[in-house]
Design a binder for this molecule. Structure first.
Ligand code: TIU
Length: 221
């Protein structure tokens, strides 16, 4: 059974009980000063604006008892899961694995690698540490979603055109129906966010659908 959620490019077929929320990389590394996003030269302050809407989205799934998945972009402390090309890329003053204001950048267990307090996972929710930009590469997410009978994914998180779009494209190729919540995702570059959403919904939803949180909330309550 599905019911329509108003969305672009046409209503999204929402499947209650078969839909998981995926919150991508809402970790301090990307959202607070002194983390990985900051070291890449980005203005990180624009990302925190989506925290309240993302919290409402998570709360909606919790109330409905639908699965919630949180991801973190995270590497093992010995960086054995991090390609040398990823470490050396660019001219950031601090590289992955080096010590910043919130501990070692993008390393599991470090303060900067924790999800921001208002969006903290609760018991029973899935937390995936992913070494890549996409959530399927070198993670257990596929079997976790299969075991829960999930066929549809609702996406939120950062950044729209990097880890969110990559994860959505990976999911789309694996047969998931994917809906991006437009006001629960953000980029360091407003024009990249806008164009990533346009790319996703173009050509009849070549990657998936997009809609504001209020449309989903109104449709499911
Ligand atoms: N740099 C940037 O925009 N994003 C990332 O490096 N990772 C995620 O998007 N999570």
């Amino acid at each position: 059974m599905t019911f329509p959620v108003p969305a672009r490019p046409y209503p999204f077929p929402f499947a209650p009980g078969r839909t998981a929320l995926v919150v991508i990389d809402m970790q301090r590394d990307f959202i607070e000063k002194g983390g990985f996003g900051d070291s890449l030269g980005n203005d990180v302050t624009r990302l925190e604006a989506i925290i309240p809407t993302t919290a409402k989205l998570i709360d909606l799934f919790r109330r409905k008892k639908w699965p919630v998945v949180h991801t973190r972009e995270a590497h093992l402390p010995d960086l054995s899961d991090c390609p040398p090309s990823k470490i050396s890329r660019g001219d950031a003053p601090l590289k992955i694995g080096e010590k910043g204001a919130m501990g070692r950048l993008l390393v599991r267990g470090e303060p900067g690698n924790q999800i921001v307090d208002p969006l903290k996972p609760i018991a029973g929710e899935t937390v995936i540490d992913k070494p890549g930009k996409g959530m399927f590469w070198n993670t257990d997410i596929q079997s976790i979603l299969d075991n829960k009978g999930v066929t549809h994914l609702v996406f939120a998180g950062v950044t729209t055109e990097v880890c969110v779009q990559t994860s959505m494209r990976e999911a789309n190729d694996r047969g998931y129906e994917c809906l991006l919540i437009e006001d629960a995702t953000e980029s360091y570059f407003p024009e990249f966010k806008r164009m990533a959403i346009e790319m996703i919904v173009a050509q009849g939803g070549i990657v998936g659908w997009a809609t504001p949180f209020a449309e989903l909330e109104a449709a499911v309550t």
